[in-house]
Design a protein around this ligand. Structure first.
Ligand SMILES: C[S@@+](CC[C@H](N)C(=O)[O-])C[C@H]1O[C@@H](n2cnc3c(N)ncnc32)[C@H](O)[C@@H]1O
Length: 220
């Protein structure tokens, strides 16, 4: 696994330490997030019966399980064995694999869909083109990408969450900049939505949701 900057190892260590608390925190299964559920439902309709979807950086597998419940053939990939243990426990019927979404063990053009739900936030900006190139590589022509991330300009530092002795940086991003990078990687934007922060959910920033598809031809 190529990890010259060490951010993959740092991310894995962080999520291994907090996996159970993170899963407890989101235990409500997004019942208080109707927009997110609606966007996932729309995404599932876009993909339809075209093939398999990978939930990359699946964490405890809530989105994986939700999409499976909507009828999509879906599996999860995550760096963190701690997160994968939770995902397998919560979704025993689904497949979860350890790996980095920057270097997927998936053939070219294999997938109908790629979901990166708050998982690209730990990939440094200078590696985002590599990440989007990898998403593009594994998608079939016309395949659909769904990205969720926090909106903003400033990097954030997570320090000792739930008292665990670990720290991690993540990046908030401007949707227009992310769209530019997606287009450069060969994607065509399909939709963008921004939800204002909801204090009752603990949000401290707007939340962005983008869908894009892998252009079928250069002119698409
Ligand atoms: C903020 S959590 C989001 C988890 C889940 N998608 C959710 O919304 O609940 C970020 C997840 O992305 C995973 N992750 C970050 N970078 C990754 C990479 N390069 N490859 C695979 N997983 C990654 C982390 O291990 C962590 O489980």
């Amino acid at each position: 696994m190529t990890d010259t900057a060490g951010f993959l190892a740092t991310t894995r260590t962080f999520y291994d330490a907090i996996a159970d608390d993170y899963a407890d925190h989101f235990q409500d299964g997004y019942t208080r997030r109707p927009l997110e559920r609606a966007l996932l439902t729309a995404y599932a309709e876009l993909v339809g019966d075209k093939g398999t979807v990978a939930d990359l950086g699946c964490g405890p597998g809530w989105v994986t399980g939700y999409l499976a419940g909507l009828g999509l053939p879906v599996f999860g990939v995550d760096l963190s064995e701690g997160m994968l243990a939770v995902a397998r426990r919560e979704n025993p019927e689904l497949r979860f694999e350890q790996g980095s979404m920057l270097e997927l063990d998936i053939p070219d053009g294999e997938l109908a869909g790629v979901v990166s739900w708050y998982s690209s936030i730990h990939t440094p900006m200078d590696r985002l083109p590599d990440l989007f190139a990898e998403f593009h590589r594994v998608l079939a022509p016309g395949g659909h990408l769904l990205l969720a991330f926090q909106v903003g300009d400033e990097p954030r530092h997570l320090d000792r969450p739930w008292g665990h002795p670990v720290t991690l940086d993540f990046e908030r991003r401007r949707p227009d900049r992310v769209v530019e990078l997606l287009v450069s990687a060969g994607f065509a934007l399909h939709s963008q939505a921004v939800r204002e922060p909801d204090e009752s959910l603990g949000d401290t920033a707007p939340q962005a949701f983008l869908t894009a598809h892998k252009a079928s031809r250069a002119a698409d």
